[in-house]
Design a protein around this ligand. Structure first.
Ligand SMILES: NC(=O)c1ccc[n+]([C@@H]2O[C@H](COP(=O)([O-])OP(=O)(O)OC[C@H]3O[C@@H](n4cnc5c(N)ncnc54)[C@H](OP(=O)(O)O)[C@@H]3O)[C@@H](O)[C@H]2O)c1
Length: 228
């Protein structure tokens, strides 16, 4: 069986190391091109990459997409903290290549995002999102909290207070969605128990994305199929 050749951007980062580890234990994939910030870019090698996985920083995005588009190579991106301009870049390049971006690659959070649709039935409740992350995290609130908030606001049809962000210790990621009325409180909670959960989701997404047409995808599409 031919292995999927994966290019990993930022392989020495916290997530990069996890991704390399998950690929190494996956018999269908291989780490073909680990690309560090200071490495000289090898266009010949890049041409052979089947899919890029990028968990680095917003300033890497433009080069990653540009280089991938040259060879029509799909890109799985998990970087967070993007501006509107960078989100537009994802959309623009997704017309040429398959691009899958998710602020959280865990399957549990993908299901939670879908579940939020049900809160439309209690849209008159008060809502608040809370997130906790390790003290090295650069963006605030987390990309996951922002995505949950967007989906929640869509479901309940109103603007909600910004997510509360707590930073401390080594917490991999906790997200809570509170729905509150005078009589009851409903809380959805997701906890990442390690970083491997995000890496496994990203590699699963990469295996799926190599079979897709150009377009902008999310991890939910891997589980539920692409939204029409
Ligand atoms: N979607 C998800 O499920 C998920 C889960 C966890 C984290 N994340 C996100 O993933 C990103 C990385 O997180 P992390 O904790 O792994 O951070 P990290 O430990 O700081 O690692 C980032 C890596 O990317 C490299 N890098 C940064 N900018 C680069 C550039 N312009 N070109 C090439 N390489 C570059 C860094 O190299 P240097 O050391 O040289 O800067 C570093 O090796 C963050 O945006 C984080 O929020 C997403």
């Amino acid at each position: 069986m031919k292995k999927i050749k994966v290019g990993v951007i930022g392989p020495a980062g916290r997530m990069g190391k996890e991704i390399v580890g998950v690929i190494d234990s996956n018999p269908r994939c291989e780490v073909f091109y680990p690309l560090n910030r200071d490495d000289k870019f090898d266009a010949k090698k890049a041409k052979q990459v089947d899919v890029w996985i990028d968990f680095s920083s917003p300033d890497a995005l433009k080069d990653v997409l540009k280089r991938a588009a040259e060879h029509k190579t799909p890109v799985v991106c998990g970087t967070t903290g993007f501006s509107k301009k960078e989100k537009d870049l994802l959309a623009q390049y997704s017309k040429k290549i398959p691009v899958l971006w998710s602020s959280n690659m865990s399957l549990g959070v993908a299901v939670l995002n879908e579940t939020l649709k049900n809160l439309s039935a209690i849209s008159h409740f008060d809502f608040q999102i809370e997130e906790i992350h390790h003290n090295r995290k650069k963006d605030k609130p987390s990309g996951t909290a922002i995505t949950l908030q967007e989906n929640l606001e869509k479901a309940v049809g109103k603007k909600l207070p910004e997510a509360l962000a707590i930073r401390g210790g080594g917490v991999f990621g906790v997200h809570k969605v509170y729905s509150m009325s005078d009589e009851e409180v409903l809380v959805f909670e997701h906890s990442a128990l390690n970083r491997t959960v995000f890496a496994k989701g990203a590699v699963m997404a990469a295996e799926w994305l190599v079979k897709q047409k150009p377009g902008l995808y999310q991890i939910r599409d891997v589980l539920f199929g692409k939204k029409a």
